[in-house]
Design a protein around this ligand. Structure first.
Ligand SMILES: *[C@@H]1O[C@H](CO)[C@@H](O)[C@H](O)[C@H]1NC(C)=O
Ligand SMILES: *[C@@H]1O[C@H](CO)[C@@H](O)[C@H](O)[C@H]1NC(C)=O
Ligand SMILES: *[C@@H]1O[C@H](CO)[C@@H](O)[C@H](O)[C@H]1NC(C)=O
Ligand SMILES: *[C@@H]1O[C@H](CO)[C@@H](O)[C@H](O)[C@H]1NC(C)=O
Length: 308
C-alpha cells in the first residue's frame, strides 16, 4: 500500500529530529476549509498572532474573513470547467492582480486523479487543455509561479501527473509540485522522497497532510516530526497542515484538528501558529460523518485510499 523508502529517503529520515516545535516558520500556510463556524474561527488564522504567511481555499476568489490580512492569497483552479472556452479562473486571477492584490502563485486541480471524497476527477488531457488556456497565461503575462496539479498521495497520482505532462507536450511550465499525504511519518517521508526522485529539479509544496484518525499522542508526534522535517528541507518551500477546522467536524479524525470542538486552538494548532501549547483536548462529534458532506469538495481522496 505504501511505497518502500528509498535509500535517499531513509537517510533524510535518519537525520536528527528537533523536538521543539514552537519555533516559527515562514513556510507555513493555511489550507482553508469553510465550515459553519468559519465566521467565528476566521480571526484565529488572520496572521496577526502567528507566522502563517499564505493561504488557499480551493477557489479563485479570496475568503472574506482572511482577505486583507498578512496572509498572501494563493488562488486554485479546483477542477476543469465544463466548457472548453471558459476563462473564469483566468479572469478572476487577472482581476485580483489588476486590482492590486499580490498574487505570486496559483495552484491547479485538486486531486484530479480522485473521483470521490473531494477529488476533482479531471482527465489529464482536459487538464492540460485547461492549463494551457487559463493557467499558463498567468505566468507569461503576470509572472505568476505555477503549481503542478495537486494529485493524491496514491500511486495513481504519479501516473496521472505523467499523463498530464505528456498531454501538455512541453506547454505547461509548472514551477513547483504540490504534494498531499495522509498517513504516518515514514509514509510521508517516503512519498516526498519519491516525488523528489521523480521531479528532482522542482521545489515542493505540501498542501495537504495529516495523520488521519490517529491517537492524540501519535497525531502530535506526527505533527512535530513532519513540521521540523519540512522546515529543514530546502526543496519544501511551503506547507499547509490539513486541520484548520474544529475537531467535531474533522474528516481526518478529531485528533488531527487544529481547533477543539469549541473553536479553541489545540496543541497542534498552537504549535502550527508558533505559539505555546494550550493543553486543549480535541473531541469528536456524534454527527461527525454527517457533517462531512457540507465540505465534500475538500475531503481528500488519498485519505480513503490510505485507510482501505
Ligand atoms: C511536540 O513538540 C512539543 C513542543 O516542543 C512538545 O512539547 C511535545 O512534547 C512534542 N510531542 C511529541 C509527541 O513529540
Ligand atoms: C504547444 O506549443 C506549440 C508551440 O506553440 C504548439 O505548436 C503546440 O500545438 C502546443 N501543443 C499543445 C498540446 O498545446
Ligand atoms: C532530492 O533530489 C535531489 C536530486 O536528485 C537529491 O540530491 C536529494 O538528495 C533528494 N533529497 C531527498 C531528501 O531525497
Ligand atoms: C535538473 O537540473 C540539472 C542541472 O541544472 C540538469 O542537468 C538536469 O538535466 C535537470 N534534470 C531534469 C529532469 O530536468
Amino acid at each position: 500500500m505504501r511505497t518502500t523508502p528509498t535509500l535517499a529517503v531513509a537517510a533524510a529520515v535518519a537525520a536528527p529530529l528537533a523536538l521543539a516545535q514552537d519555533s516559527s516558520s515562514s513556510k507555513r500556510g493555511l489550507c482553508y476549509v469553510s465550515t459553519s463556524n468559519s465566521n467565528t474561527d476566521d480571526a484565529i488564522w488572520d496572521g496577526s498572532n502567528s507566522d502563517l504567511t499564505w493561504y488557499y481555499n480551493y477557489a479563485s476568489t479570496p475568503t472574506s474573513g482572511i482577505d486583507g490580512t498578512k496572509l498572501q492569497y494563493v488562488p486554485m483552479q479546483w477542477g476543469a470547467p465544463s466548457s472548453n472556452t471558459d476563462m473564469t479562473f483566468y479572469n478572476n486571477v487577472k482581476s485580483l492582480i489588476e486590482g492590486g492584490t499580490k498574487i505570486n502563485y496559483v495552484l491547479a486541480f485538486n486531486e484530479p486523479d480522485g473521483c470521490a471524497n473531494g477529488g476533482s476527477c479531471v482527465d489529464a488531457q482536459t487538464a492540460a487543455e485547461t492549463w494551457i488556456r487559463e493557467i499558463e497565461p498567468l505566468k507569461t503575462q503576470y509572472g505568476v509561479r505555477l503549481g503542478a496539479p495537486a494529485v493524491t498521495g496514491a500511486p495513481t497520482g504519479f501516473t496521472w501527473l505523467q499523463n498530464f505532462f505528456t498531454a501538455c507536450a512541453g506547454n505547461c511550465s509548472a514551477d513547483f509540485i504540490p504534494v498531499h499525504w495522509y498517513g504516518n511519518f515514514q509514509g510521508l517521508a517516503s512519498h516526498v522522497g519519491q516525488v523528489n526522485a521523480t521531479y528532482p529539479n522542482m521545489t515542493m509544496w505540501v498542501t495537504e497532510y495529516a495523520l488521519a484518525e490517529g491517537s492524540l499522542d501519535d497525531s502530535q508526534q506526527f505533527y512535530n516530526q513532519s513540521a521540523s522535517w519540512f522546515d529543514r528541507l530546502d526543496y519544501v518551500t511551503h506547507y499547509s497542515y490539513f486541520g484548520a477546522f474544529r475537531s467535531d467536524v474533522s474528516n481526518v479524525g478529531p485528533n488531527a484538528a487544529m481547533l477543539t470542538q469549541k473553536g479553541q486552538l489545540t496543541d497542534i494548532g498552537a504549535w502550527y501558529l508558533g505559539q505555546e501549547e494550550t493543553g486543549n483536548k480535541p473531541k469528536g462529534g456524534a454527527a461527525q460523518v454527517a457533517k462531512f458532506a457540507g465540505w465534500a469538495a475538500v475531503v481528500v481522496g488519498s485519505m480513503m485510499w490510505m485507510l482501505t
